[in-house]
Design a protein. Structure first.
Length: 194
């Protein structure tokens, strides 16, 4: 029996078809061909407020617009999060989505002194990021700080492990053959459910 996979497409433009959408489509196609169950969340189509206070984060209610994403995350064995690199990290809309979704009581609980208890362990994750610069420059010169912070301080913090990433660089200058190779790579990852 296949995995239950949640694909979170985080490009913040609700009106466009971007590379992130095509990569998500390719991953979903490969996953479905291999018998995995796929649920998709398009962050740009969701209506939810920004988190503004510690009290709201700790004791406020999750916005109803995120209930389907919450339920899909609970059901998932594997999570794929895609977004374009903006100012070195995820777009603000993706961060706002994760802040609303990864609340205490759902993603983790304070269990006394020390680190909180994780509630989303048993899930693996892959972060897929598109960018205008070469991926090697982002990885080696900038140390992929925005991606590593997401992997360690959000996804790892709530218990997801392992968290892997796939970076696609120079996307605006990529010739059709390279884009086709990216799509096949995503289909292959989807077939494996990784």
């Amino acid at each position: 029996m296949g995995k239950s996979i949640l694909i979170i497409q985080g490009h913040p433009d609700p009106n466009g078809r971007h590379l992130c959408h095509a990569l998500a489509d390719a991953y979903a196609q490969g996953a479905q061909e291999a018998g995995h169950r796929v649920t998709r969340v398009e962050v740009a189509t969701l209506d939810f407020p920004l988190m503004r206070t510690q009290a709201d984060f700790e004791t406020g209610g999750m916005p109803p617009a995120l209930f389907p994403a919450r339920d899909a995350l609970l059901e998932a064995n594997h999570v794929v999060l895609l977004f374009p690199l903006w100012l070195g990290t995820m777009p603000a809309l993706v961060k706002a989505f994760l802040e609303q979704l990864m609340r205490p009581g759902f993603a983790f609980v304070y269990a006394g002194p020390g680190f909180p208890q994780t509630l989303l362990h048993g899930r693996t994750a892959r972060v897929v990021v598109t960018m205008g610069m070469p991926a090697t420059i982002y990885r080696w010169y900038y140390f992929a700080h925005g991606i590593l912070g997401l992997e360690r301080n959000i996804l790892g913090f709530v218990g997801m492990s392992p968290v892997r990433h796939t970076l696609f660089g120079m996307v605006d200058a990529a010739p059709p053959a390279r884009r086709q190779a990216w799509m096949e790579k995503m289909r292959s990852l989807g077939r494996r459910g990784t």
